[in-house]
Design a protein around this ligand. Structure first.
Ligand code: DAT
Ligand code: MG
Length: 137
């Protein structure tokens, strides 16, 4: 079964949107396989976002991701990687469609509430990175 890595970022946790984000994946029909509240280290975040290390916003991104705990999750189901990205909405919340999580709840690309893997291979890499002991099933 296809899996993806979904993470509620510090602003999503702080704003009390964890339940709302979980609800949208549940009501779509996806299955929650693992969930953990994590205070990520700089090293973990730099690995997670290694593809973006040359971007000008990278230092700020790593700093923002350490402003509070994140909720790390694994979701499973048919085409969950692509459909998960659709549920999240476009990266820039000003371009995210209404009805998506980012489209409904935020306006700032630097605080866009949630992360979702962009491909099956990156999903498996991210799951291994955030759940090094495995997801238990
Ligand atoms: P996504 O999170 O939609 O996969 P991404 O992988 O391109 O987007 O970027 C990761 C995060 O980095 C994104 O969620 C928010 C931040 N980011 C991306 N582009 C940015 C920009 N132009 N300015 C500030 N932050 C940005
Ligand atoms: Mg990305």
């Amino acid at each position: 079964m296809e899996r993806t890595y979904i993470m509620v970022k510090p602003d999503g946790v702080e704003r009390g949107l964890v339940g709302e984000i979980i609800k949208r994946f549940e009501q779509k029909g996806y299955k929650l396989q693992a969930l953990q509240l994590i205070h990520p280290t700089k090293e973990l975040l730099e690995q997670h976002y290694s593809d973006l290390s040359s971007k000008p916003f990278f230092p700020e991104l790593i700093k923002y991701m350490q402003t509070g705990p994140v909720v790390a999750m694994v979701w499973a189901g048919k085409s969950v990687v692509k459909a998960g990205r659709t549920l999240l909405g476009a990266t820039n919340p000003l371009e995210s469609a209404p009805g998506t999580i980012r489209g409904d709840f935020c306006i700032d690309v630097g605080a866009n509430l949630c992360h979702g893997s962009d491909a099956v291979e990156s999903a498996e890499k991210e799951i291994a990175l955030w759940f090094p002991k495995g997801v238990g099933n």
